[in-house]
Design a protein around this ligand. Structure first.
Ligand code: AMP
Ligand code: MG
Length: 398
């Protein structure tokens, strides 16, 4: 399984870089390092509402000082404090010259012309000094970092209003099957609502790509046409269904006959039948990954194989989700010779996990409850209560 993932990742190049405005850059991955143009904070300022003082004046508190005026955030005072003087200052305001500490208003009588400082503070207290967060010129974010709200705060604070990122990989997600109807339609006997193209569209977007969905019947010609069209407009094609051992497995039949795509069985559950290759058409060559049809199989395969591919195409350094340990609170079995990715619910510290939804790969009810995958090695056939297992944490999607 790891070898198959490595094979899919081989030779992938990140998408070209592009410039994106700060308010649009969440979810993109940086294509270049970002340097701080100046230090943060960029001026010494107060971290509290209180009084800017000379520290020597307050060491023997209680003490009375004369208040020379107010400094609100966004305003600068040209006053320099002398002995016995202070200024009332608000959080974020630049401290006046001569300030060596700020006394929070809570430690004073709050006076406007004169103030009684009731308690001494340490030298330098409540002053946020230039550069104590970020030093000018340092690399604050490295290429390959995916931008989240936390990085956006830093970029904005550095007054960076656009960033150079990798273009989001464009993915066409193709659902196959005569039985598929669209959400919103009433299922009749024999029909199944197309869950996969919606599942995969959302999964692609959560992984940093942009997706288009297509649903096509089990018709080899129609399917091939969809694939060839997708090759003109996509960086990656994903299909679901039609790759197992049935007589009407359209994906396998159509692409097998065309060539360029190979099909295999991976020793994992769910998600055994897989396929990958390239579609070359009209001068474009686009990688394709064919996933199994059952929604849980499609999801687990996406997590194991497609998500890392999309992360790599997006230019991200971190391709895999965090793997942690948890203690099983419910026993379960696992097939011999296959690595199982059971859906689980993890909670608590230390982490405890229980399987959810059973082993059926059609069980979308269980899938929806899961917040992790329990990774059971291929040589383990039973896991008892109290066993420590590895889990792949899916909670960052929440
Ligand atoms: P297949 O490999 O095409 O035989 O599909 C395996 C199982 O997954 C069948 O029960 C299909 O009906 C089901 N399936 C295939 N595609 C989808 C889909 N897009 N949404 C929901 N179920 C699907
Ligand atoms: Mg099918």
């Amino acid at each position: 399984m790891d070898a198959y993932r490595a094979l899919l990742l081989q030779g992938l190049t990140p998408t070209p870089s592009t410039t994106v405005a700060l308010d649009q850059c969440a979810g993109y991955t940086l294509a270049e390092d970002v340097q701080a143009p100046w230090s943060l904070p960029s001026f010494d300022n107060s971290s509290m509402d209180g009084y800017a003082v000379r520290h020597d004046d307050v060491v023997n508190a209680p003490v009375r000082l004369s208040v020379l005026g107010d400094i609100a955030a966004g305003h600068v005072s040209d006053i320099a404090l002398e002995s016995g003087q202070c200024m009332r200052i608000m959080t974020g305001a630049p401290v006046p010259a001569g300030t060596t500490a700020v006394v929070p208003v809570e430690l004073t009588d709050g006076g406007a012309d004169q103030v009684v400082i009731n308690q001494a503070v340490d030298a330098g207290a409540y002053i946020r000094c230039v550069g104590d967060d970020v030093t000018a010129g340092t690399v604050v974010l490295t290429a390959g970092t995916t931008i989240t709200p936390r990085q956006i705060a830093l970029l904005a604070a550095c007054s960076i209003d656009q960033v150079v990122v990798h273009r989001k990989p464009r993915v066409t997600v193709v659902s196959t099957g005569d039985e598929l109807i669209d959400p919103g339609q009433i299922p009749t006997s024999g029909t199944i609502v197309d869950a996969n193209s919606y599942l995969l569209l959302a999964a692609v977007e959560a992984a940093g790509g942009v997706a288009t969905r297509v649903k096509v019947a089990d018709d080899e010609q129609a399917f091939l046409q969809v694939i060839l069209d997708a090759a003109q407009s996509s960086d990656l094609i994903l299909t679901s269904g039609g790759v197992s051992m049935g007589v009407y497995d359209t994906v396998k039949a159509a692409l097998g006959a065309r060539g360029g795509v190979s099909f295999c069985k991976i020793a994992m559950q769910p998600g055994m039948p897989q396929g990958h290759g390239q579609i070359t058409h009209d001068g474009s060559t686009v990688p394709i990954i064919t996933l199994p049809g059952n929604p849980v199989s499609a999801y687990v395969s996406f997590e194991q194989f497609v998500r890392p591919v999309l992360r790599a195409m997006s230019g991200a350094v971190a391709l895999l989700r965090p793997v942690t340990q948890a203690i099983m609170t419910q026993a379960m079995t696992s097939p011999s010779g296959k690595r199982q990715f059971a859906r689980g619910v993890v909670s608590g510290v230390p982490a405890q996990v229980r399987p959810v939804g059973g082993q059926g790969s059609h069980v979308v009810g269980g899938l929806a409850q899961a917040n992790c995958l329990i990774d059971i090695p291929d040589d383990v056939v039973a896991v008892s209560v109290g066993t420590t297992v590895s889990i792949i944490d899916l909670r960052e999607d929440a």
